[in-house]
Design a protein around this ligand. Structure first.
Ligand code: NAP
Length: 301
């Protein structure tokens, strides 16, 4: 089977499509024939060697998410032929998803949403679970005010939509004027590129996807969650009784099942910027590096 490997760190040219033996599923796992995956910022950082401590040993297969069909299910509940999607914590496990076949724990998969294609479904697991798990930590309730910083990015765009589905009122901080309308289309009531215009102490919760640390915007006794691990910790706000965290995404089949339900209910729009075939993975990464994306870049096997 084909797999996208790196044996050194660097630019997109270090990505090679190599042959590897098919994995065999262990107890509690199924074998998935991958139909599509997608590129995330962590893949770019891993390829560059920018993660540092905790990077799996070289050579490694990259990729965190997949959608495909179960082709071997020796012991588990997901039957052969099931359409599934899943997230693999590639940094934690070394199990990359950019491969024709991936053996995955059943607990890290769920039945894919039925209303969308497997290519679209492949763009959801990492940003979707990041958004869902962080909104759960923020404990967002109907009627509460949430600020999403980086609101049209992959995680931010889903966070806006999922928070709206919970009945929250959402505002958006974005990087470029063209993104203001996009944030509103996703469900933000108000969006700005100007951090200085954010209302002070106005938000019950802030979901920060890029290390904005817009701590002045959160209300006393509010909640502030960042997912920008490399930007470091959120400043201590305990003097204002604000709870803070830097959230780390976890493999979570139950969370994926919830995402599938929300997508099938029509409450989330899935945004795919472009599709590349596996052999064009270098070109796909060059596109990712150019930025200005209007959704995710999918890798189609
Ligand atoms: N901790 C975790 O478990 C976890 C999980 C998932 C992702 N992450 C990390 O979270 C970050 C976001 O991930 P993603 O997939 O959503 O990335 P993304 O799709 O690139 O989105 C990032 C968004 O933030 C915006 N942004 C960046 N700097 C900004 C600034 N100074 N002002 C306003 N907006 C700004 C970007 O705008 P432009 O497009 O204009 O640059 C983009 O819309 C990445 O660093 C990723 O590695 C962490």
């Amino acid at each position: 089977m084909r797999t996208v490997r790196i044996d050194r760190f660097g630019g997109p040219d270090v990505l090679t499509v190599a042959e590897a033996p098919a994995p065999r599923p262990f107890e509690g796992e199924v074998l998935v024939r991958v139909v599509a995956s997608a590129i995330n910022p962590v893949d770019d950082k891993t390829r560059q060697g920018a993660i540092g401590e905790g990077t799996p040993p070289l050579p490694m297969t990259l990729g965190w998410e997949l959608a495909g069909i179960v082709v071997d299910s020796p012991t588990s509940g997901l039957p052969v032929g099931e359409r599934v999607f899943g997230m693999s914590h590639q940094l934690g496990t070394g199990r990359g998803t950019w491969a024709d076949l991936v053996a995955m724990p059943v607990a890290s998969l769920a039945a894919a949403p039925s209303r969308i294609s497997l290519v679209e479904a492949a763009t959801l697991p990492l940003p979707g679970l990041s958004a869902l798990q962080t909104l759960d930590w923020l404990d967002i309730r109907a009627g509460e005010r949430l600020l999403v910083a980086g609101a049209v990015g992959a995680v931010g765009g889903l966070a806006v939509q999922l928070a709206r589905a919970r009945g929250a009122r959402v505002d958006a901080l974005v990087s470029r004027p063209a993104q203001v309308e996009v944030a509103k289309e996703l469900g933000a009531e108000w969006a700005t590129t100007e951090r200085a215009t954010l209302p002070v102490a106005a938000y019950d919760a802030v979901f920060d996807t890029f290390g904005a640390f817009a701590t002045e915007a959160v209300a006393d006794e509010g909640r502030y969650a960042s997912i920008a691990t490399q930007a470091g910790p959120v400043p201590d706000l305990s003097h204002r009784a604000v709870r803070t965290t830097v959230n780390q995404v976890r493999e979570d089949g139950a969370g994926l099942a919830e995402l599938a339900r929300i997508v099938d209910a029509g409450q989330v729009k899935v945004r795919v910027d472009s599709e590349y075939s596996l052999q064009d993975v270098q070109e796909a990464h060059e596109h990712f590096l150019r930025g200005q994306l209007s959704g995710k870049i999918a890798l189609v096997l």
